[in-house]
Write a protein that binds this ligand. Structure first.
Ligand code: GLY
Ligand code: MN
Ligand code: MN
Length: 461
């Protein structure tokens, strides 16, 4: 945990933003894998972590915006628990660690909610994403658990987003640690990227590094020579010369801050001329977008800048044609880059996504596009100092999508379908870094991970 003042200060800030009612922050609980006592790796709820810091299941934090008081609900461990788990802190001791003095057993929670309901007080909560949290809320509030997402407090969502979006120094330090773990993971993947090696061998090795150095991976590792599948969680291939391995992998620190890095490596460590052609395009989109990152410019502007770089360069290779601005405005580039340039990152790898993407990255003035490709942009607003974003352009040869568009004659004025055939074996290329927006510009976080053709070839050799 951070020092108790960090959590006290955050809660004080939230008290200033919300004027009345009470807020419930429900921690996650253990989730059974194949029988109740055999559980998945425990991951605390990120909002609970942000305001209360306690990394254990079964607690609820309540903030009363009228009285200004905070209280932690939970039960002390009993002898039956201690026999299996060893000595545990009391709830009072845990509460002190996040600056709270007032605690109560879980059974008391029902009473105070009942009382609040009877007085028609507003009960704020964030959109639950786990069934057990929906059930608990439904039971406390006497509502249908299936409705709990729609009943979440928009005021609380907006207040929490405004706070969690701007990273504190202690958080940035944690994210840098997470990127440094990713450095170890990616350099290891590059060194292992040799003919005859199984993807699973590399995948398992990276998982081990993330667990040995921090809190494990920040999302299921994407590692495949079938990089054209954007989130490919299968690792069954054997590496063969002529393919490129996309490794999209990040770690959590022990305090659960994330990194999210992608590198693409030619099997055997040497780029072929065609692989290099496409790699250099994605690299240019990545480095130019990072260079332009500063407060005031929007993630959507930067996204289109990267799309235009990709379109211009694909045109010079003969894969695209026509006017670049028109092609991008029409959405033709999305054949090769059907996703957004990046997303916020912090305690969640897609930071705060559970609170609703449109609350984070859009507002009343800036609405989400419904055009294929641009619709997947998670954030369209201007950057502010303290934001942490991924910059992750990519270029993919997705056989099913190419075949569909080709058969429909879609964008035939912008795409040279006959030329695409020469590049299909590339699969996909993505290059992703984690960037802090500073007062005057940006800072790429963590130890630089090999990225240029020369750097990648040198590490692989
Ligand atoms: N790791 C998934 C992504 O890059 O968004
Ligand atoms: Mn990623
Ligand atoms: Mn990402």
């Amino acid at each position: 945990m951070f020092k108790s003042e960090v959590y006290t200060k955050r809660r004080e800030e939230l008290h200033k933003k919300i004027k009345s009612g009470i807020a419930l922050f429900i921690s996650n609980i253990e989730a059974p894998l194949n029988y109740p006592a055999n559980t998945y790796h425990f991951r605390q709820d990120s909002d609970f972590l942000y305001f209360f810091g306690i990394d254990l299941p079964g607690f609820t934090g309540v903030m009363d915006f009228d009285s200004g008081k905070d209280r932690l609900f939970g039960n002390d461990y009993e002898m039956d628990d201690i026999i299996w788990m060893g000595p545990q802190p009391t709830i009072k001791e845990l509460a002190m660690k996040c600056g709270i003095t007032d605690t109560a057993p879980t059974t008391k929670l029902e009473e105070i909610i009942k009382d609040a309901l009877s007085k028609k007080r507003k009960i704020h909560f964030l959109p639950p994403y786990r069934s057990e949290t929906k059930m608990m809320l439904g039971s406390l509030l006497k509502e249908n658990p299936c409705q709990m997402i729609t009943l979440a407090s928009v005021d609380l969502i907006k207040a929490v987003i405004s706070m969690r979006s701007i990273k504190e120094k202690v958080e940035i330090d944690e994210i840098e640690k997470a990127v440094d773990i990713a450095y170890e993971m990616h350099v290891t993947a590059m060194k292992m990227c040799k003919q005859g090696v199984r993807e699973q061998d590399i995948f398992g090795t990276l998982e081990g590094i993330a667990l040995a150095k921090g809190g494990g991976t920040s999302f299921p590792i994407i590692l495949s020579v079938d990089g054209q599948t954007l989130h490919n969680h299968a690792h069954g291939n054997i590496l063969r010369k002529g393919r490129m391995m996309v490794t999209d992998a990040g770690a959590e620190t022990n305090l659960h801050y994330a990194s999210d890095i992608t590198r693409t490596t030619p099997v055997g460590g040497k780029f072929s001329p065609k692989q290099k052609d496409i790699y250099e395009i994605v690299l240019k989109a990545n480095t130019e977008a990072i260079k332009a990152t500063r407060p005031g410019i929007s993630n959507r502007d930067l996204h289109f800048m990267a799309c235009k770089i990709i379109t211009t360069e694909m045109k010079s290779l003969g894969l695209m044609k026509g006017d670049v601005d028109e092609a991008v405005a029409a959405g033709a580039h999305a054949l090769f880059m059907p996703h957004g340039l990046g997303h916020m990152m912090g305690l969640d790898v897609h930071d705060m996504e559970a609170l609703g993407e449109n609350f984070i990255g859009y507002n009343d003035e800036v609405k989400r596009s419904d055009q294929f490709g641009t619709a997947f942009l998670r954030f369209a607003l201007p950057y502010k100092p303290g934001h942490v974003f991924t910059i992750e352009p990519g270029c993919y040869f997705i056989p099913e999508l190419i075949e569909k568009w080709k058969s429909e004659g879609k964008f035939k004025d912008f795409i040279n379908y006959s030329k695409i055939e020469d590049y299909m074996s590339i699969g996909g290329i993505r290059i992703e870094d984690d960037v802090l927006i500073t007062e005057n510009g940006h800072k790429v976080l963590g130890k630089p991970i090999p990225k240029t053709v020369k750097e990648v070839e040198s590490i692989c050799s």
